[in-house]
Design a protein around this ligand. Sequence first.
Ligand SMILES: [Zn+2]
Length: 337
Amino acid sequence: MKNSRKYCEKCATLLESRIIEKRVRDYCPSCKLVYYDNPLPVASAIVVNQKREILLVLRDREPQAGKWGLPSGFAELNETIEAAAIRELQEETGINGEVMRLIDTRSLVDAFYGDLIWVTYEVNIIGGELQAGDDAREAAFFNFENLPPLAFPTNEHAVKNYLSQYQQIWMLEDSMDTFDGDRLQSENELPSDTLFEIMVRDANIIAENWVIEVVSHATTPHYASRPRKEIFDIAHRIISELGRWITQYEIDQHEIWSSYQNVGGDRFSEGYKLSEVISALSLTRKHIFAHVLARSKSWREPLQIYRVIEFMSRVNLFYDKANYHLSCGYEKRRKDF
Ligand SMILES: [Zn+2]
């Protein structure tokens, strides 16, 4: 939007309209001054508290009076855009902040103000007390799930940008609380759950691949002589149990591990070496990793990488325990024999 001016600000000559650098601009024929009209810079602050709530202000003035928005305002002369964000935050909410990083820059043509360049920063609270001031009627923290419609599309865009960056980090933090490296501490979903879904869905394929290897592998000679269907069922059961153990919060641990004790005992009775049984079990894990990791395509973002690491550590935990109970069962039956 072009400013409307009639006379030269320097010499008061009546201005002309001329096409200069492909645009119609005000031009002073006397002092040859070209008036360039540029967008105005606006700074916004995204402040999020410990509870992951975002600070909004209820606007008291036009434009968009009566709507909630990010604490925002124009940069003054001799003021950096970051300082403008901090100052506006202080004036409108009473909060003292420090700029952490740039979240969003966006152009906006506003009916009221004209062309704007909107710059939004993530700001950390370093002091102050929440109190609405300046042109804000109210200032309050909002849960991201219950955000009111925001005053400007640039605010909406910045919040979306902020969330796309932070949701992954929050999921990662929550995951570490839910899975403490041993047991699920709650029923919250974990990032690696999606990979376990692939594993359970493709249990047949994984078990078949395992059968092909185990009947020909040097460390597992006994398996070649057993009916394919029978050993397929072994692998399929392991994968299903693993899926159950992983995804069900409050599962009967005792039942699963005593079944591995029984399997260990049975293999001794059937004449297998312990090393062979453990090798066969390890091969199932190898095929789980090979199959699932090939389908995860998970190396582009930190959360995706974390998802794979979490998946592997949960699977490994299961196998550590399964190996232990299998060996115990095998040894116990051997002693009793
Ligand atoms: Zn002039």
